[in-house]
Design a protein around this ligand. Structure first.
Ligand SMILES: Cc1cc2nc3c(=O)[nH]c(=O)nc-3n(C[C@H](O)[C@H](O)[C@H](O)COP(=O)(O)O)c2cc1C
Length: 160
């Protein structure tokens, strides 16, 4: 199994979780970097005019990625992100639409202030046509490697 752990993280929480998943799997790590980094003001969800509020409201918003990564050689791709307004940040949809995920196994994971993945996998499936989605999950900051391993063992990907 050739796995990639791709993630976007604005303030470091998802990054820590992604690093632990990659470490458990001995997989390659890829941080999705926005061409225009998010400032503290951009991330203010209480401001109805902040960049993230406007981007999340606009379902066609596709922020540009600074560092393209060719995923064609990977069979299994974990895709991690913080929940923004009950879904994935729009840059995740940019990533999913930027290349072919057909025939690949895709496993979403998120961190949040409490919200679960909700309908996010359904939204992601529309942008990653032909991908085989596995049950993703919410992971917590400081989630142990033992707990991550236990979850990964339920996915049936190790023998792929
Ligand atoms: C613009 C914005 C919107 C958010 N919306 C939600 C939300 O709908 N539900 C939730 O539980 N947390 C929400 N959060 C909190 C983040 O999901 C949480 O802090 C996450 O762990 C941050 O991950 P990061 O450090 O990898 O960016 C939001 C945060 C931001 C900046």
């Amino acid at each position: 199994m050739n796995a990639l752990v791709a993630y976007f993280s604005a303030s470091g929480i998802t990054k820590e979780v992604a690093q632990n998943i990659a470490s458990v799997l001995e997989a390659e790590l890829y941080e999705i970097l926005p061409q225009e980094p998010y400032t503290k003001q951009d991330l203010d969800w209480r401001d109805e005019n902040s960049r993230t509020t406007l981007e999340c409201k606009d379902k066609s918003s596709r922020p540009k990625i600074a560092n393209f990564k060719d995923i064609s050689s990977f069979d299994v791709i974990f895709v991690g992100f913080p929940i923004w307004w009950y879904s994935a940040p729009p840059i995740i949809f940019t990533f999913l639409e930027s290349q072919s995920f057909s025939g690949k196994t895709l496993i979403p994971f998120c961190t949040s202030g409490g919200s679960d993945l909700g309908n996010t996998p359904r939204d992601m499936q529309k942008c990653a046509l032909g991908a085989n989605f596995k049950q993703g999950r919410l992971l917590r900051f400081g989630e142990s490697k033992a707990s991550i391993r236990k979850w990964i063992n339920t996915l049936g990907i190790m023998e792929a």
